[in-house]
Design a protein around this ligand. Structure first.
Ligand code: SF4
Length: 80
């Protein structure tokens, strides 16, 4: 499916936006991507964190699934 890659979130349907986000994560280059174990472990920590709000980290403003998917990324509070 083709979609616009230049849209702002305010211009996008929310379901489509989140699908695009997951497609982007799935399509990350394996060289930069965290393995499934690391990714899952990170998200377990985020799920327990008081700074998680609507899938976003209110410390850094990232969608935590995207942040956690990239191996070199870290939690801004060093929780992972
Ligand atoms: S990235 Fe760190 S601070 Fe942000 S929600 Fe996850 S555990 Fe909490």
């Amino acid at each position: 499916m083709r979609y616009c890659r230049k849209c702002l979130t305010q211009e996008m349907d929310q379901a489509e936006y989140f699908q695009n986000l997951h497609d982007y994560i799935d399509g990350l280059d394996e060289d930069i991507k965290a393995g499934l174990d690391i990714y899952t472990e990170r998200l377990v920590i985020c799920k327990r964190c008081e700074r998680l709000q609507d899938a976003m980290c209110n410390a850094c403003g990232c969608y935590v699934e995207l942040r956690a998917a990239i191996l070199k990324n870290t939690c801004p509070y060093k929780l992972w």
